[in-house]
Design a binder for this molecule. Sequence first.
Ligand code: UDP
Length: 337
Amino acid sequence: MHVLVSGGAGYIGSHTVVQLVAAGHAVTVVDSFANAKPSVIARLNILTGEPIDVRSFDLTDRDKTEHLFAHEHFDAVIHFAGFKAVGESVEKPLEYYENNLESTFSLVRAMRRHGVRRLVFSSSATVYGADAEVPMKEDAPTSATNPYGWTKVMVEQVLRDVGAADPTWRIALLRYFNPVGAHSSGLVGEDPSDIPNNLMPFLAQVAVGRREKLSIYGGDYPTPDGTGVRDYIHVEDLAAGHIAALEKLASADEPVSTWNLGTGRGTSVLEMLHAFERAVGHDLPHEIVDRRPGDIAQSYADPTKAETELGWKATRTIDDMCVDTWRWQSTNPDGYP
Ligand code: UDP
């Protein structure tokens, strides 16, 4: 298949590009490089053994998006591109709604015009909202607690309506739990452009000496050790989930399918800290501080639906995630050049 990967220079996109090429697919990346460094492409060229076809523009530009589809034939699209910082989305809601919705409208319009009806969308477990029961199942109601999360809820709804109006579409809504880890080569990984909001990149920057200590947000949650529990999934397992979903769409009965991509196992902040300390080989400075507003006590997937329908299962352990993150961060202390 010729697959267009939007946001293919980003964290999850880049790992998926490597696996798509390994699976024999032709790949075109479209990325605005608003949140990714161009040097990731050189790393992808090394890992795939071929020069990746990259188009550098913003999907919100409808003319450029239309032009791309008019000149290339794609069999499917994996749509990763989007703003993703929760805190920033609270400060800049309009920018988040505009960017994440308009890029999708532009993309889906061009796909429809050119007869491309197979789409894999990066959704998030954040669509389960603040009051969801664990383990989270795909048929739970959706909501959100911040503008970033609402853009995911809204795009999911748009795509369900597109599929209802024209049942020849085959759309996968993939709800990611907490992606962490890096490619086993250490050549690609997560490279936040600002101070990391997420636990794993923050821990990695503490370990490499870029941050003084980890602040653990809350030690009084109703969890076994009082710290927040999440379902961390290795980015390589997550990338494999995209390939499985893409291939499944060819034989899917329904126009729109929703799959959780998680491990089904919850890990606390303290457990993750200790696993990272094992990977690094020494203790890391940390302190327990107040809860972070908007955080929930625990989140983990029921991954049964993806296992049954996609024949896909996350296999990598928390220690694998920490070892691979540390290999990436220690060999690239300042991220991509
Ligand atoms: N967390 C923390 N310190 C940090 C970042 C995160 O204690 O510097 C905690 C956070 O409260 C949550 C877990 O780590 O319990 C995962 O947070 P992250 O932001 O990575 O993911 P999300 O909360 O969006 O699931």
